[in-house]
Design a protein around this ligand. Structure first.
Ligand SMILES: Nc1ncnc2c1ncn2[C@@H]1O[C@H](COP(=O)(O)OP(=O)(O)OP(=O)(O)O)[C@@H](O)[C@H]1O
Ligand SMILES: [Mg+2]
Length: 310
């Protein structure tokens, strides 16, 4: 499909004031964020934060109590031929047990009015061609995940929405999926992927949207979100003159701990200050490194106290 048929903004997702009230729980609470084309956006939050509910509202599978979610300015329900715009992988895909992988995709193509050869292309895209003629009931969990992604790609969509797609994949499968999703974003597609695997998100995502208890906690480029955290930033120092350095640093109101492996961890001052203090005290340094918390540390800090399960 040529890009000329699509407006330049067709891949942007805008969630605005989205709210879902179930009988006893406000699953999603006045949530607003945007997701840009050409990037992988990680949608993060503790269990029960409202990720799946948000994605289901975006895909018109759950009706919002209030607020809107649009794709390229249109609600999913208003998209003509939605499968050509949005591909979704919501859970390990289900298919007729006795049907082969390729036939499952062909049935979906026929139902959506897509050319039959898209089934073969999508199967190849996810590396399932060797298992094309095997029955779905014999597929492993990882193969089912791949088939789900193939189904989502049938319409060559501009936007991909995946809910915890790494579930059930082995390390090789996760690495494969990372390459696939990054490649699809690189082609200019919008890739929104929820996960609780924070370490994986750090490798995969360009941007993150972090929610807790239905609320937005933070959104932005991964590096900025991590970089904005001043808490938890420490300077790792190695020196043969630890005592002298600790004394000099304490006079600067820094706090100093040992890391248990012969290095000092300094908080409250930056690396340049540690270097200057060391120079002034005539202390020799063997290592001077700024340590920022990783996404996991940031995530735990940002969502602390906001109980996931409600
Ligand atoms: N159909 C429903 N009826 C009632 N409550 C629901 C329904 N669907 C979700 N919830 C509640 O809404 C909250 C958010 O659930 P949701 O599945 O969106 O979270 P999640 O972020 O996807 O969690 P997880 O990481 O465990 O997949 C939870 O408290 C959940 O119990
Ligand atoms: Mg979920």
């Amino acid at each position: 499909m040529s890009d000329g048929q699509r407006s330049p903004t067709s891949g942007q997702i805008v969630v605005s004031g989205l709210t879902k009230q179930y009988r006893n729980v406000r699953a999603v609470n006045n949530l607003s964020f945007t997701v840009e084309p050409g990037r992988v956006t990680g949608f993060l939050g503790p269990n029960g934060a409202g990720k799946t509910t948000t994605l289901r509202m975006l895909l018109n599978l759950v009706t919002p109590t209030s607020g809107t979610a649009t794709i390229g300015g249109q609600r999913y329900a208003d998209l003509v031929e939605p499968l050509r715009h949005v591909g979704a992988v919501l859970e390990a895909s289900s298919a007729h047990k006795g049907r082969t992988g390729i036939n499952h995709l062909r049935v979906l193509c026929a139902a959506a009015g897509l050319p039959r050869q898209r089934a073969d292309e999508a199967l190849a895209l996810v590396g399932l061609t060797p298992a094309a003629k095997r029955k779905f009931k014999g597929y492993s969990l990882g193969m089912k995940q791949r088939l789900g992604i193939a189904a989502a790609m049938l319409g060559d969509p501009r936007v991909l929405v995946l809910d915890e797609p790494a579930n059930g994949l082995d390390p090789e499968g996760i690495r494969w999926m990372r390459g696939l999703l990054k490649g699809l974003a690189h082609e200019g597609r919008t890739v929104l992927v929820s996960s609780h695997l924070l370490s994986e998100m750090q490798l995969l995502a360009d941007d993150v949207v972090i929610i807790a208890a239905g609320h937005l906690v933070r959104q932005g480029p991964v590096d900025q979100v991590i970089g904005s955290m001043t808490q938890g930033v420490r300077v790792r120092v190695r020196t043969p003159q630890a005592e002298a350095l600790v004394a000099a640093l304490k006079s600067q109101n820094a706090t100093v701990d040992g890391d248990g492996q012969g290095a000092l961890l300094v908080a409250g001052v930056d690396a340049a200050t540690v270097g200057r203090v060391a120079l002034g005290a005539g202390v020799e340094l063997h290592e001077l490194t700024t340590e920022r918390p990783d996404l996991e540390g940031v995530f735990l800090e940002l969502t602390a106290g906001k109980a996931g399960i409600r």
